[in-house]
Design a protein around this ligand. Structure first.
Ligand code: FAD
Length: 308
């Protein structure tokens, strides 16, 4: 129930104003968001890479409302990739992109516009010798996101995509993405979805995650195991061993500010670990999804506000 309320608040403009107006609100957000500017993002990346971690950078923002904004988002990503390259960080840092931020929701022309912007970002990533992963949004976008990624992979074969284990369709999507070079980030899923398309029961979501993980580990692609769930992290390690995968043939991924101790522990054990680092001014919806995942964070949020 709390999760549904928080996810509903993620779309509420008045709730956004309340977080912003609260004394210390921005400071609390800083636990999950690396900063507002590209320079902040590069500093955070540098510090994580120095600690032996990889990074995927997300310029915050979704549901772009006009073509100029979509173009500005694409330009930001292209500029960011140039900055990472010049700073010598592109070897360990890639980018994560949402198609809705690139304008996919802008009417009949939206999907084509987003595809063109994604292509420009992929070209910039190729120049910097790094990769792009397309985030997955709510279930209404699954089919078109997978189609876009399939189309662009013809020219950019390292383009990765996210699959969500809470969707009933995902095991079958995994089977389509088992080929050599296929980069798939497996997550549980962060949106409020109807039971017609998604499991509501957390146990079912976890079972689906394990089934998908097994397929991906036994496949020819590059699985990206994105979870903070200790049991799933251990199962992923065991499945990798059982599938005869060397440690550099898959990776673990976690969000900035969440379980940093476990990120370090895995990296010290020789695993490849990548941290998802969001930055930018449009942090509100991302922040609310993080609160929804873990009601304990609400306590942290409330205490921090009182303390400021
Ligand atoms: P949970 O069962 O939610 O959590 C397991 C344990 O992890 C918790 O008990 C707690 O100890 C810890 N934990 C989890 N979340 C938090 C938190 N917010 N604060 C503190 N501790 C926490 N979702 C999408 O729908 N689309 C995407 O494109 C997408 N990309 C992602 C990329 C990465 C790298 C990661 C790590 C997640 C991404 N997600 C995405 C979010 C994902 O779907 C889950 O909502 C999120 O990862 C929480 O699920 P979990 O697997 O960590 O398991």
């Amino acid at each position: 129930m709390t999760r549904r309320l928080l996810l509903a608040a993620a779309d509420s403009r008045s709730a956004r104003r309340a977080v912003l107006a609260a004394p210390g609100g921005r400071a609390v957000v800083a636990r999950f968001v690396a900063g507002e500017t590209r320079a902040d993002a590069v500093v955070a990346t540098d510090s994580l890479v120095a600690r032996g971690l990889g990074v995927t950078l997300d310029h915050l923002g979704e549901d772009t409302r006009d073509p100029d904004q979509a173009a500005a988002v694409a330009e930001e990503y292209v500029g960011l990739l140039g900055s990472l390259d010049r700073a010598g960080l592109a070897r360990r840092a890639e980018v994560s992109v949402k198609l809705s931020a690139l304008g996919s929701g802008l009417g009949a022309d939206g999907p084509g516009l987003a595809r063109a912007h994604l292509r420009a970002i992929c070209r910039a990533a190729d120049t910097a010798a790094t990769t792009v992963t397309v985030d997955m949004e709510d279930h209404a976008a699954t089919e078109s996101t997978l189609a876009t990624v399939a189309e662009l992979r013809a020219d950019h074969p390292t383009l990765g995509v996210v699959l969500q284990s809470y969707l009933r369709r995902t095991e079958s999507d995994c089977r389509e993405l088992l080929g050599a070079g296929s980069r798939v980030r497996l997550v549980k899923g962060a949106y409020a979805e109807p039971e017609s398309v998604a499991w509501a029961d957390r146990v079912e979501v976890d079972r689906s995650y394990v089934r998908c993980l097994r397929l991906l580990m036994e496949g020819q692609g590059y699985p990206m195991v994105a979870t903070h769930d200790q049991r799933l992290i251990e199962i992923a390690g065991a499945l990798a061993v059982r599938s005869g995968r060397p440690q550099d043939s898959y990776e673990f991924q976690m969000l900035y500010g969440i379980r940093a101790d476990e990120q370090r522990r895995l990296a010290e054990a020789g695993e490849t670990v990548r941290v998802y680092v969001p930055y930018g001014t449009d942090w509100y919806a991302y922040f609310m999804r993080r609160l929804a995942e873990r009601p304990a964070n609400l306590g942290f949020f409330a205490r921090s506000l009182v303390g400021h």
